[in-house]
Design a protein around this ligand. Structure first.
Ligand code: PGA
Length: 248
């Protein structure tokens, strides 16, 4: 099982292929001096679909993994405008981000669709990085745990329990808002998610936290039990700040 800390960058709708390459050049420079970097840390980059090829070429021969931020639930065929996970894999992608709250909220993705995407990803042996999390309203109504459990149950229905799985717990109210969840909040939800996954007979998983992770709060959050790494949006756009988080 993977015991490395995971640092996943979600670039969202940012960066051109050239900017992606520049990022990776600088990021590689930043971590160069860190001798056992790849023995202790795993980096996954999620660029926009148009930059996958550039990121694939630039990370070839390195231990940096990458993948799409979203995939079609269909493998191939007459689905105009969709992005194929199989094509991403042909470019070297090893993971796929699935069910990000922006996909759920802005593009009406349902649990059922997300479940289909997870199963398709697994059928190709890519690692699903499956996002879950509650809105502010749901937290205030004390339903955080129920929401996360329901998302896990629906998203993972019929999924392969043996393959590696990464879950990203991202409270929606902490994404891009600068409002990071407290250490106590993260500890409590991560413990519950971990227990829930084991009760569902998933054992080969890592749990990431996401939501306003920055170089300033990374160290503290990384020490929280059951936090195996981060999914980072805003602070992953700058190679220096991303490298700082990886070295926290
Ligand atoms: P943020 O985004 O780090 O900018 O809050 C996290 C995410 O959306 O995955």
């Amino acid at each position: 099982m993977n015991s490395k800390k995971i640092f996943a960058a979600n670039w969202k709708l940012n960066k051109t292929p050239i900017e992606s390459e520049q990022f990776l050049t600088e990021f590689k420079n930043q971590i160069l001096g860190n001798k056992n970097f790849s023995e202790t840390k795993e980096v996954i980059i999620f660029p926009s679909a148009f930059c996958l090829d550039a990121v694939g070429k630039k990370t070839a021969g390195t231990e940096i993994l990458f993948g799409p931020q979203n995939i079609s639930a269909e493998k191939s065929g007459a689905f105009t405008g969709e992005n194929s996970v199989e094509v991403a894999q042909s470019m070297g992608a090893k993971a796929a981000l699935i069910g990000h709250s922006e996909r759920r909220q802005l593009f009406s993705e349902t649990d059922l669709l997300i479940n289909k995407k997870i199963k398709l990803t697994q059928s190709l042996k890519l690692i699903p990085v499956f996002c879950i999390g509650e809105t502010l309203q749901q937290r205030e109504a004390n339903t955080t745990e129920a929401i996360c459990f329901a998302q896990l149950e629906a998203g993972l229905a019929g999924a392969d329990k043996v393959q590696r799985l990464i879950i990203a717990y991202e409270p929606v109210w902490a994404i891009g808002t600068g409002k990071v969840a407290s250490v106590e909040q993260v500890a409590s939800v991560h413990l519950q998610i971990s227990k829930k996954l084991k009760a569902m007979e998933f054992f080969n998983f890592q749990l990431l936290y996401g939501g306003s992770v920055k170089p300033e709060n990374a160290k503290e959050l990384l020490q929280v039990p059951h936090v195996d790494g981060f999914l980072i949006g805003g602070a992953s756009l700058d190679p220096i700040s991303f490298a700082k988080i990886c070295q926290a």
